[in-house]
Design a protein around this ligand. Structure first.
Ligand SMILES: *[C@@H]1O[C@H](CO)[C@@H](O)[C@H](O)[C@H]1NC(C)=O
Ligand SMILES: *[C@@H]1O[C@H](CO)[C@@H](O)[C@H](O)[C@H]1NC(C)=O
Ligand SMILES: *[C@@H]1O[C@H](CO)[C@@H](O)[C@H](O)[C@H]1NC(C)=O
Length: 506
């Protein structure tokens, strides 16, 4: 970007000079001095304008001669973060305790840099704030990501040097606070498209923001419920940016999915490794587990959830923690059990059942992976088509797939499928899940992991890569439609482990 900004500056200066030359030749000798003065003034005005908008422009030249060269570890990784008016972030979460409605519940759980209250569970001393465990709300990512970005090692105040630009707008919180009103989002778009970094660079293609909810909350036309959603993703400026959401709408849009926040936010590499060792060594007494609530009025596409719950209840190899649903957009998570209770159960099961709920995927996918529990998916949009930055392409290396039609229409027994998986393969799957733990967690934003990359690091790397590819002229989209499977994802729609004995005649 440095190059194109520099060349555009060069062009502007050139144009100014050319105007000066043209004026000189056209005018009489008497007007010559005046024209020259005007040209000089134009150049000065431009330079002044540039300095105003790109403070540190002169430093750029120094840096590219000095430590901005090949040995600069931040080369190609600099990020410029807008200093937004507080109206777009800090003000939204100010005075949370004075908010009475459903937003208050989410808002009040944003302490500790967004992680929420430290867990203080005395049972075995593992799930404590000290150990990196917090009562994190699943919709807290706006502020967690912002705080992580403040610690990013390659931040720059010189936007001309930056490879990408972060817009720290709390789009998810704004949605919860204003019940989906689009007013603040619209204002933000006006603000950001008015910045010199917008039009002078890539018309926003190098900009990104976090909207820590599902993409369908931000797309009015989504199938989740017409009339719902603030249509942030439909705004022209947002279509040019990358919007990081918890679940992509998978409609070739600009919404890229990143993992839901979990309860685990380690402070150091050692904290991650200690936890991985612990879950590796866990004795798993349950074959499978399900944590969640039943849903009323679920669309046909997600009704497999009822079947999964029925099968779990009927099996003595399945542990289930039922959750009562609490009302309100800010708190669609399990309040019936403490995070420590949930995490303790997930560590005791080999497989964790992850049927879709209100949306294709769920926070529990990531809680379970943190517990070293192998996820069992019933729909490809629950993970395989989402999280392409964070989960391996070889989906069967870390998860089990049982198509929902097998369960809903063919009455395939989930237990029989899971029992038919060879023990050596279960070990391999679990090892892969445990290896992925750092990739699906957000480290404590108040410190920094030394060498391990967390979900934030992966997301930032992928944004930088995306911008680089766009600069080379590639088309980069966020995903395929839900109805379309990636090519060769599965040879058929059957589970790889479908036991012959349990298949009823169709
Ligand atoms: C950018 O500028 C702000 C305010 O002048 C300063 O506090 C901050 O440390 C600077 N950041 C970097 C990365 O230089
Ligand atoms: C989005 O980008 C295109 C160029 O790729 C540009 O023409 C358009 O004006 C941009 N939209 C906005 C709102 O800036
Ligand atoms: C589904 O299978 C179970 C046993 O696995 C059986 O008890 C039940 O009756 C079957 N249901 C249908 C509708 O076939």
């Amino acid at each position: 970007m440095q190059l194109s900004a520099a060349s555009s500056i060069g062009q502007q200066t050139k144009t100014a000079r050319k105007a000066g030359v043209g004026a000189r030749t056209r005018r009489t000798a008497g007007a010559k001095g005046k024209a020259r003065l005007l040209a000089a003034l134009a150049v000065i005005a431009w330079t002044f304008f540039l300095y105003l908008h790109f403070p540190g422009l002169s430093d750029t030249v120094q840096v590219s001669r000095g430590n901005g060269g090949a040995d600069d570890p931040c080369r190609g990784r600099y990020i410029f973060m807008y200093n937004l008016p507080p109206h777009f972030n800090a003000d939204i979460i100010r005075d949370c305790d004075k908010t009475g409605d459903h937003w208050g519940g989410l808002c009040a759980s944003l302490g500790n840099a967004g992680l929420g209250p430290p867990l203080d569970d005395r049972t075995d001393g593992v799930f404590t704030g000290e150990g990196g465990w917090y009562g994190t709300n699943q919709f807290a990512l706006d502020v967690i990501f912002h705080n992580r970005m403040k610690q990013y090692e390659c931040l720059t105040n010189r936007s001309v040097m930056a490879a990408a630009i972060f817009v720290p707008f709390y789009a998810g919180f704004d949605f919860a606070r204003h019940h989906g009103s689009a007013a603040t989002s619209k204002e933000l778009m006006v603000w950001v498209t008015g910045q010199p970094q917008w039009a002078w660079r890539m018309w926003g293609r190098d900009h990104f923001l976090v909207a820590g909810r599902t993409g369908s909350d931000f797309r009015r036309s989504s199938n989740v419920g017409p009339g719902r959603g603030n249509d942030l993703l439909g705004m022209p400026a947002a279509r040019n940016m990358s919007v990081l959401v918890l679940e992509s709408t998978l409609q070739h849009g600009s919404d890229y999915s990143v993992p839901y926040p979990t309860y685990f936010h380690p402070r150091s590499d050692a904290g991650v490794l200690r936890w991985q060792d612990r879950v590796q060594g866990q004795r798993r007494t349950w074959l499978m587990a399900f944590v969640g609530a039943t849903r009323r009025d679920t669309p046909v596409s997600t009704q497999v959830r009822d079947h999964v719950i029925a099968q779990c209840k009927a099996s003595n190899a399945c542990a289930m923690l039922g959750c009562a649903r609490s009302p309100g957009a800010g708190s669609a998570q399990c309040h019936t059990h403490t995070p420590a209770t949930i995490m303790r159960l997930l560590q005791k099961a080999s497989f964790c059942l992850q049927p879709p709920g209100d949306s294709w995927t769920r926070r529990s996918v990531f809680d379970a992976m943190v517990a070293g529990c192998i996820p069992v998916f019933f729909h490809t949009a629950s993970a395989y088509k989402q999280y392409r930055w964070h989960l391996p392409k070889d989906h069967l290396s870390y998860s089990v797939y049982i198509p929902d039609t097998d369960v809903q229409q063919r009455n395939v027994s989930i237990e029989a499928v899971l029992r038919s998986i060879p023990p050596a393969m279960v070990v391999r799957l679990r090892e892969e899940v445990i290896k992925l733990i750092p990739t699906v967690i957000y480290a404590d934003p108040r410190s920094r992991l030394e060498t391990i990359k967390d979900a934030f690091d992966v997301a930032v790397e992928c944004i930088l890569d995306k911008v680089e590819r766009i600069k080379k002229g590639e088309f980069v989209g966020s995903g395929r439609p839900v109805s379309e499977d990636p090519p060769n994802l599965y040879m058929s729609t059957e589970s790889a482990f479908r036991p012959k004995s349990s298949v009823s005649k169709e």
